[in-house]
Design a protein around this ligand. Structure first.
Ligand SMILES: NC(=O)c1ccc[n+]([C@@H]2O[C@H](COP(=O)([O-])OP(=O)(O)OC[C@H]3O[C@@H](n4cnc5c(N)ncnc54)[C@H](OP(=O)(O)O)[C@@H]3O)[C@@H](O)[C@H]2O)c1
Length: 322
């Protein structure tokens, strides 16, 4: 028995390539006293990992952290018997030996796919929820615009904003097929392809996943006293040495009395229980769609990561191990 893991072996210039990674195998480790051996079921690949590939992030030749939902297959602690479903952050590996304190038990709710716990019911959905409720403080009747709207966070933002009473939900994304998906399957009022169009209507809240030009356009369209929840800048992650300058109209934040606030979901983990209580029934009833692209096989994790950065995912990109 062996485990397979991925190492980062070269720092990319621009978009990452498969040669920047290598797969390694090790004999299967055994858990010590108080530990468990966990087999990955779903693994997450995320845009922030591209930033970790640059100097100061992941160390070359070492294991790659990341979010995983897996099953205990061997246990040396009564707290977590074999078969327990857990969440951990050990990362890009088919198996991991972990201390009981390094995993969080998951009790999958009836009618909710396990993959959701790494997507819309996991950190991805929590990011959307926190950005809307704590940062932008979206109010019923307001209009919201979200960029990278057809991705994991974006598709959660659009759907959660509707539940919070948004009067109008607008999204930008990278293709005509994704525009259609947002409107027909996720309840967006309208959407557009940012390659060929720009935001044309007034908004109260901008949930920014992209930065750059899309942030500048949103500043132009925000009503006075509008809010920006700045979540990410995926438009810049592939060219860290040459990021677009700050939006040319940044000073309009003053003229329009806007509020721009960045946030990290890891500072808001105390919202998780409230968030799960809010969203789980909506998923069970079908009111909220678990939007995801599932790539089969751990061997494809590098491809899944690079494809996600190219926009080949719809909803949360997850890798299915077993
Ligand atoms: N602040 C936090 O704590 C936190 C937590 C989680 C995620 N985030 C951020 O949230 C954003 C979305 O993350 P996610 O995990 O949900 O990923 P995702 O949106 O599922 O995947 C990334 C998407 O970015 C889009 N994209 C790629 N290059 C782009 C470019 N140059 N301009 C515009 N769009 C581009 C692609 O969609 P298109 O086809 O539409 O181009 C791609 O599908 C990222 O910025 C991420 O860093 C922040």
């Amino acid at each position: 028995m062996s485990l397979t893991a991925v190492r980062h072996v070269r720092r990319p210039q621009g978009p990452p390539r498969t040669e920047d990674f290598e797969f390694v195998t090790h004999p299967m480790p055994s858990p010590g006293e108080g530990q468990v051996l966990v087999e990955a079921v779903y693994l997450s690949v995320d845009p922030y990992m591209r930033q970790l590939m640059d100097l100061g992030g992941w160390e070359l030749g070492h294991g790659l952290e990341g979010r995983t939902v897996g099953r205990v297959i061997e246990s040396r602690t009564p707290e977590l018997p074999t078969g327990t479903v857990v969440f951990h952050r050990h990362g890009w590996s088919t198996h991991a030996v972990l201390n009981a304190t390094d995993v969080r038990r998951i009790e999958p709710a009836e009618g909710v796919p396990l993959s959701a716990y790494i997507g819309i019911l996991g950190g991805t959905g929590l990011t959307a929820y926190v950005g809307l409720t704590r940062i932008a403080k979206l109010r019923a009747g307001e209009s919201l615009y979200v960029s990278a709207a057809a991705g994991g966070v974006g598709s959660a933002v659009g759907q959660i904003a509707r539940l919070l009473g948004a009067e109008r939900v607008v999204g930008s994304t990278g293709s005509a097929a994704k525009v259609k998906h947002l409107i027909e399957n996720l309840g967006f009022d309208t959407a557009f392809d940012y390659h060929t169009e720009t935001l044309t209507e007034p908004i109260d809240v901008y949930f920014d996943n992209v930065g750059g030009d899309q942030l500048a356009q949103a500043i132009d369209r925000l009503r006075d006293r509008g809010r920006i929840a700045w979540c990410g800048a995926v438009g810049q992650y592939n060219s860290p040495d040459d990021p677009p300058a700050a939006p040319h109209n940044l000073f309009d934040v003053v003229g329009k009395s806007l509020r721009l606030e960045g946030f990290l979901v890891r500072d808001h983990l105390d919202a998780r229980v409230e968030f799960e209580r809010f969203l789980t029934p909506k998923i069970q009833s079908g009111q909220v769609v678990v939007d995801e692209t599932v790539v089969d096989g751990f061997d494809n994790i590098v491809n899944a990561f690079t494809a996600m950065l190219r926009g080949e995912n719809t909803g949360k990109m997850v890798v299915h191990n077993h």
